[in-house]
Design a protein around this ligand. Structure first.
Ligand SMILES: Nc1ncnc2c1ncn2[C@@H]1O[C@H](COP(=O)(O)OP(=O)(O)O)[C@@H](O)[C@H]1O
Ligand SMILES: [Mg+2]
Length: 505
């Protein structure tokens, strides 16, 4: 098979064909359009094309309607119409190898990552932390990093924060001011995150990238679908955090690849506006950079959203392929979006973009992709081909069977909880409590003796109090140091990788 034949037909009208070149597919893309105009089916057509070309696909399935990609398409006259219109002589109804994933572990294999893999940048954004709180979170990761404490799940993070708060004085010298009010604020936000299902996202076994980058025995890319119905509805922050984690993980793990004949993986993020909504400016800048830099890792990102205005300008500018389904022109904001779309297309042939965009039918679109030189092709309007797999969702029985029969079955189902910060600090706290009891007894005894010398000179007593104070503090400091040391040293490797932070600072 030549590279040429692997290119994906995006739209046509019988005479013209707009294609997505495989060797330009690491240059990202956007699928936009109002609700019910054909975005998800277009996403499916692209995903199928990549899979058949041997490219693994990761896609967020917001409404469950992408799951049909796992089943062969059913005959329908609308499919026949498109096949005839576009002259698709090799059209064949076919299923695609599919893995189902679900952070809640109900509609797919559980998806987990660890706190330390997530890193402080994404977490701070996820928790909406202010500058002071972010500083404390950084200190928390620094302590974990310096001392090799494992931060795997939410209770690890909570217990290390509590430890920091309890030992703020002793830690101040090395890690800065740790106010208990700020720690308290972070703890409260962690509770909210927990209520949104954060406890399920953070833990082990963490998902391995290679499991998302598979081909089946015949060389077809495996489609991984993240079920996001519940996630998007109930935990939009968690959704954004997971996707950011995935991007940064790919960025960190994949080697530089330059321009390849085809990408190593493509990602489809539906409801992409949720990714950028309320994102702090600093994080947004990093995300923009990750979008830019991840291209050289042979990763293509495809965003699906209603209006191009949902996507930050610097991200929008990086979208090589653009598929624009119909937009409505009711509000001034709609009209702004339409003008932005028109301005964003290369248009050598004078296509009336503004006029066309409101009149596009279902599954019709304005399309521009990149040519062999990486320059955008002139915009054309056309009909999107039909998918080869089923349009619309599969039923729950079919899904359950697919999950049970999956090669990933059994790998992620059972959560493991190995000794990490929570367990180790709990053990240390226990030891510390005993020690504190001993110290308190000693102190009481000392006080009794002092009482006996009640008549002693005032100056001398003051002196004793001062030295007593400094003795207590240094004991506390020693305790913290020894706790961290004994917890940490055995673990060795540096565990916190600062993810987004490390690359761009
Ligand atoms: N390329 C296509 N081929 C066949 N039918 C399509 C195509 N695009 C859209 N449709 C039809 O339009 C319906 C709505 O499309 P969908 O992709 O779900 O819209 P959106 O995601 O924009 O809300 C689909 O269920 C399907 O019946
Ligand atoms: Mg849709």
């Amino acid at each position: 098979m030549t590279t040429e034949s692997k290119n994906i037909l995006l739209a046509g009208d019988g005479t013209m064909r707009a294609e997505q070149r495989m060797d330009m597919s690491n240059r990202h893309g956007l699928i936009a359009g109002a609700t019910g105009t054909g975005k998800t089916v277009t996403l499916q057509v692209l995903a199928e094309g990549f899979a058949r070309a041997g490219v693994p696909v990761f896609a967020v399935d917001v409404k469950g309607d992408l799951s049909g990609i796992s089943q062969p398409g059913r005959p329908h006259k609308e499919i026949d119409r498109r096949v005839n219109l576009l002259g698709l002589s090799d059209y064949k109804a076919s299923p695609h190898p599919t893995l189902f994933w679900d952070i809640f572990g109900e509609r797919g294999h559980p998806v987990r990552t660890t706190i330390s893999e997530m890193g402080p940048d994404i977490l701070a954004a996820l928790l909406d932390l202010n500058e002071t709180q972010t500083g404390i979170l950084y200190a928390c990761f620094a302590i974990a990093d310096d001392e090799g404490l494992l931060l795997l799940d939410l209770k690890d993070l909570r217990s290390l924060l509590a430890f920091m708060s309890d030992n703020a004085k002793a830690l101040r010298g090395e890690y800065g001011n740790i106010s208990s009010a700020s720690v308290g604020a972070i703890q409260r936000r962690l509770l909210v995150l927990e209520a949104q299902g954060g406890e399920l996202l953070f833990g082990e076994p963490a998902i391995a990238l290679k499991d998302l980058m598979q081909k089946d025995f015949s060389g077809i890319g495996v489609v991984s679908l993240l079920d996001a119905e519940q996630l998007v509805r109930e935990s939009p922050k968690l959704y954004a955090a997971f996707l950011l984690w995935l991007l940064s993980e790919l960025f960190e793990e994949l080697p530089e690849a330059g321009d390849l004949e085809q990408p190593k993986i493509v990602l489809f993020f539906d409801e992409a506006h949720l990714l950028f909504k309320d994102m702090p400016k600093g994080l947004l800048e990093k995300v923009e950079q990750v979008f830019r830099l991840i291209r050289s890792k042979a990763v293509g990102i495809y965003l699906i959203t209603q209006s191009p205005l949902d996507v930050p300008e610097n991200v929008l500018g990086q979208m090589g392929m653009k598929i624009q389904h119909a937009l409505r022109a009711f509000t001034p904001k709609d009209q702004r979006a339409i003008r932005a779309v028109a301005a964003g297309f290369r248009n050598d042939t004078g296509v009336d973009v503004v006029g066309t965009i409101t009149n596009l039918g279902l599954g019709e679109a304005l399309v521009s992709s990149l040519n062999e030189d990486g320059a955008p092709t002139s915009v054309v309007a056309g009909t999107v081909p039909p998918p080869q797999a089923q349009i619309g969702p599969i039923d729950d029985v079919t899904r359950a069977k697919a999950i049970a029969d999956s090669p990933m079955s059994g790998r992620y189902e059972t959560e493991i909880d190995r000794d990490s910060a929570f367990e180790l600090l709990a053990a240390r706290t226990e030891a510390a409590a005993q020690r504190a009891e001993r110290e308190a007894a000693e102190e009481a005894k000392e006080k009794q003796e002092q009482a006996a010398q009640k008549e002693a000179e005032r100056q001398a007593r003051k002196q004793r109090q001062r030295s007593g104070g400094s003795r207590r503090q240094s004991a506390g400091e020693a305790f913290v140091k020894s706790t961290l040391r004994s917890v940490g040293r055995s673990l060795g490797s540096r565990l916190v990788r600062g993810i987004l932070g490390s690359l761009l600072k």
